[in-house]
Ligand binder design. Structure first.
Ligand code: SF4
Length: 433
């Protein structure tokens, strides 16, 4: 590589992409990597040397912006001569810190807000003059993981009072069903046994196009043969319509739903401006399990929101016990400039917030243990991921990590495993031929 970051003459440019935050970010980078790979670029791992480095950032909390800065420093240190590109929600959510000029301090060469993210690939191809470079080998170099992540929706029309993401991502807009269907077909053709549909507000899919998520999902499930399946990344409980619930009985839909909870208390949900209440959330969980009793639920919980009382907190703990979550992502509320909640009275003191966070984590761990225990003694369909040191690792339809000692199936394919035991945070089993 030359000092300017340009690859040596004749060599395929090497690009490393790093995604922080949500699966939407990950899906966007998978797509970008796929475009560059098809133009002859080498998509390399983050720890390898690269000519171009792209960071897709997250701004969901103040901590996330700090993580963006930390990553920029690390990426710059890893490859002092590389072209460093910054994009994502930190750019839109925190323009003071991540404007083009401000980003130069972190060694960034180019900055793209979310709405211009789609220009990155073309700009890079022009920059390196690589459109006619190495021919596409047909080999799947677009895969950042054995599972495919496809963005079907962007933006959000909700106004949750703690959230900056809707400001960073703009209004809700959906990708056309034909384009989604083509992307899913391509992912399956490339050997991805599992496709995750991602969106900032996935449940709003299609409202701008006169269709809806159930219609899209129903069509995609019919498109899947036995060698592929579909997972939804995250959906708000108020968007889980009866037609969507009905699809939970479909054998090609993963029996795993990520339903962000945030709080089990109605007064807190109201102040957060969430679109559902406790009873509705529990009703949706019950209905999903009626269609498929093996359904597992994962969630996000926010503790210490302004005005949260001990009684509110108890409501969250009791809901965690009642649902029996597979896993919970727990985080403490912190003021986020630009969001209404920052102005709310009645803040929860740091010690109380820490204690509540620890209690929620303990409840979540108990629920997670129980979830793994109920997965033992039956067959699971898994998508094979990276090989583990001792064998193969797969992800079940129910989102359990399962290890099979001594096995080495091709990553991305589907297989069947009989689960025999819990082994720490994962499961162990034997291959079903
Ligand atoms: S639903 Fe709420 S939390 Fe999620 S992106 Fe929209 S505003 Fe933010």
């Amino acid at each position: 590589m030359t000092q300017s970051g340009h690859p040596e003459a004749g060599a395929a440019p090497r690009v490393a992409v790093t995604s922080l935050g949500c699966k939407v970010n990950f899906a966007e980078m998978s797509e970008l990597a796929g475009t560059l790979a098809a133009a002859g670029w080498d998509v390399v791992a983050e720890q390898d040397h690269a000519d171009v480095r792209i960071l897709n950032s997250c701004t969901v909390t103040m901590q996330a912006d700090a993580t963006t800065r930390k990553h920029l420093r690390r990426l710059r240190r890893a490859d002092p001569g590389a072209l460093l590109v910054l994009t994502g929600c930190s750019v839109d959510g925190n323009p003071d810190q991540f404007s083009r000029d401000a980003s130069r301090r972190h060694g960034v060469d180019a900055v793209y807000p979310n709405l211009r993210k789609h220009e990155i690939a073309d700009d890079l191809l022009r920059w390196v003059g690589a459109r006619e470079a190495a021919p596409d080998t047909g080999e799947d170099r677009s895969a950042l993981r054995s599972r495919a992540f496809i963005k079907v929706q962007d933006g959000c029309n909700h106004r949750c009072t703690y959230c900056i993401v809707w400001q960073a991502r703009g209004v809700a807009r959906s990708r056309g069903p034909a384009s989604v269907s083509d992307a899913v077909a391509r992912a399956i053709e490339l050997g991805h046994g599992e496709v995750t549909l991602c969106g900032v507000d996935l449940g709003s899919y299609g409202r701008d196009l006169g269709t809806d998520l159930a219609t899209l999902l129903g069509g995609l499930l019919e498109q899947c043969s036995d060698s592929a399946r579909i997972r939804l990344s995250s959906i708000n409980a108020n968007d889980v319509t009866p037609a969507v619930i009905e699809l939970n009985a479909h054998p090609r839909l993963c029996a795993h739903w990520h339903l962000p909870l945030q709080s089990g208390s109605d007064p807190v949900l109201r102040r957060m401006h969430r679109g559902y209440r406790r009873a509705q959330y529990l009703h949706v969980v019950r209905q999903l399990r009626e269609r498929n009793p093996l359904t597992e639920i994962t969630t996000d919980v926010m503790v210490g929101f302004p005005g949260e009382t001990d009684a509110d907190h108890e409501q969250t703990l009791s809901l965690i016990d009642e649902v029996g979550f597979h896993s919970c992502h727990v985080f403490r509320w912190s003021p986020r400039p630009g969001t209404p909640a920052t102005e709310y009275a009645d803040p929860v003191d740091a010690a109380t917030s820490r204690r509540r966070s620890a209690e929620v984590r303990r409840a979540a761990l108990r629920a997670g243990d129980a979830s793994r225990q109920r997965a033992v003694g039956r067959a699971h369909e898994v998508v094979w991921e990276r090989p583990a040191s001792t064998g193969a690792r797969g992800l079940s339809s129910t989102y359990h990590e399962i290890e099979v000692p001594g096995a080495s199936p091709p990553p991305g394919s589907l297989g069947h495993v009989f689960v025999t035991a819990v082994a720490g945070d994962h499961l162990e089993g034997t291959l079903i031929p």
